[in-house]
Design a protein around this ligand. Structure first.
Ligand code: NAD
Length: 471
């Protein structure tokens, strides 16, 4: 397969070129390097109709067969991981090794989900009656993915939705459509036509999809602001919803930590993928006794980081993925600067037209600073001092979001007790960014609702059917 061009949609098992195209830009250069189809209303209708037609046969296929096809799809991704990683780096910006890890991680995820099976509950099996609850699929799923982990977060939806017996129309972000389009083509021979459709397009396509009456469910990952619009749009015909939205995660560092042991992990927990991670640490609360020590270590790591084009050997962190986000992050940085906050800048930003933002630590800003209150989704980390742990927990919880958070301490039992007080769907103790396919991932408050991963995640694509049989 040609990974450099010929980007087409996959509708009803067939390659479908665009009648008009959208530009795809390499964020390391700011230059367009490819185009992707801009799906029309008619093409969307075709994709939904194909998914609808294939639903009856697909849901009647045994779960073992569906699991086998999803596992085979994972192998196909692995077979093409090298080519796909190169394309990933060009469209997303992340360094090539980490790009490959995303493809391989997505494949591993699909295999783990392919081993899951929904439960069957028997409430009664007596002389008079038999009562059983099974989980059945919903219909056609609309899947909408963001640009920060474009392959992984799409596959988090594809694997459970298809194993559960649904069919799907998947839309990647307009900023990162290319790997997903190639995956559509690669898997066209694996799934029956119409089961897995991939379309791409500009800003108008998402709202067109969420308003489409043919979908039974929307699984959306993206920002909280967009999530609210998706929810409004879904209300018209009561589409089921999973909303994985933004976060402003806190990490709390207690005074009994070994700073040398944790500094690098804390750094990457904030800045990996140039801080474009929903569950990155975006507010760092540090006990006053270890504040200066941690700040100085993080500043030293930031100064030594190689920022650059992910295609170049040795690059550790790439650019911000797109111009819109770059402008947002730069505006936040300007606001911090003009508010008189103390900024510690890391390594030099490369010259050229790429969307590079300097790695920046904000030294003890007030709690009400924009950079503390808003999700930066870029490499600006506010670090705040605390004296009293209850105060730190209260500040951590005083957020519109509730995605994840972490506690760092030499005393695991004490840290675990504190971790349980965080109002977030995921909490870590002395680790971060660890997610698993068999463990539920769910947001609270403004971070959305519904669950991905684990049995809860699989059941998000199903609904219970209770069967009562009189004997
Ligand atoms: P975004 O909300 O701008 O876009 C996400 C997707 O929604 C894209 O495919 C976009 O084209 C589409 N979209 C845009 N407007 C739409 C509309 N009105 N109706 C339907 N679809 C629409 O988000 P983004 O900038 O791509 O991603 C970054 C955000 O995603 C951050 O806030 C981040 O925290 C969040 N995120 C959350 C998770 C999670 O699992 N909770 C994971 C990754 C990213």
């Amino acid at each position: 397969m040609d990974f450099d061009g010929n980007f087409v949609m996959t509708i009803d098992g067939r390659p479908v070129p665009g009648t008009t195209m959208i530009d795809v830009v390499n964020p390391a250069t700011g230059q367009r390097f490819a185009t992707a189809p801009d799906c029309t209303r008619e093409q969307l209708d075709e994709a939904v109709a194909a998914a609808k037609r294939s639903f009856a046969a697909w849901r009647s296929t045994s779960i073992a067969e569906r699991q086998a096809m999803v596992a085979k799809a994972a192998d196909i991704l692995l077979d093409h991981a090298g080519d796909m990683a190169r394309l990933f780096t060009r469209e997303q910006g992340r360094p090539i090794d980490a790009a490959r890890q995303e493809i391989e991680g997505a494949a591993a995820w699909m295999k783990a989900v392919a081993a899951m099976e929904p439960p069957v509950h028997i409430s009664e099996d007596s002389e008079t009656q038999f009562i059983e609850t099974r989980y059945v699929p919903l219909g056609v799923v609309c899947a909408i993915a963001p640009w920060n982990f474009p392959v992984n977060l799409a596959m988090w939806k594809v694997a459970p939705a298809l194993v559960a017996g649904n069919t799907m129309v998947l839309k990647p972000s307009p900023y990162t459509p290319l790997c997903t389009l190639k995956i559509g083509q690669l898997l066209a021979d694996i799934f029956p036509p119409g089961v897995f459709n991939v379309i791409s397009g500009g800003d108008a396509l998402g709202p067109m999809m969420t308003a489409h009456p043919g979908f039974a469910k929307i699984s959306f990952t993206g920002s909280t602001a967009t999530g609210k619009r998706v929810m409004q749009s879904a209300a018209s015909d009561l589409k089921r919803l999973t909303l994985e939205l933004g976060g402003n995660d806190a990490a709390i560092v207690l005074p009994d930590v070994d700073l040398d042991a944790i500094a690098q992990t804390i750094f990457m927990g904030s800045f990996f993928n140039s801080a474009q991670i929903c569950v990155a640490t975006k507010r760092l609360y540090v006990h006053e006794d270890v504040y200066d020590g941690l700040r100085d270590r993080l500043a030293a790591i930031a100064a030594a980081v190689k920022l650059g084009d992910g295609a170049e050997q040795g690059t550790m962190l790439g650019p911000i993925q797109n111009k819109r986000q770059y402008d947002r992050v730069m505006a936040l940085l300007d606001d911090a600067r003009s508010s008189g906050l103390t900024l510690i800048e890391g390594a030099a930003v490369p010259d050229g037209g790429g969307y590079f933002v300097p790695i920046t630590i904000v030294d003890n800003p007030p709690e009400d600073a924009r950079v503390v209150q808003e999700e930066a989704f870029g490499p600006i980390l506010p670090m705040m001092k605390f004296t009293d742990i209850d105060d730190a927990v209260e500040r951590a919880n005083a957020s519109e979001y509730g995605l994840a958070g972490s506690i760092w301490s030499g005393d695991t039992a004490k840290a675990t007790k504190i971790a349980r007080q965080l109002e977030t769907g995921t909490v870590w103790v002395n680790q971060i960014l660890n997610l698993r396919p068999d463990t539920p991932f769910a947001g609270r408050k403004g971070s959305g609702f519904g669950t991905e991963n684990g049995m809860d995640g699989l059941l998000e694509y199903m609904t219970p059917q209770a069967l009562y049989v009189a004997k």
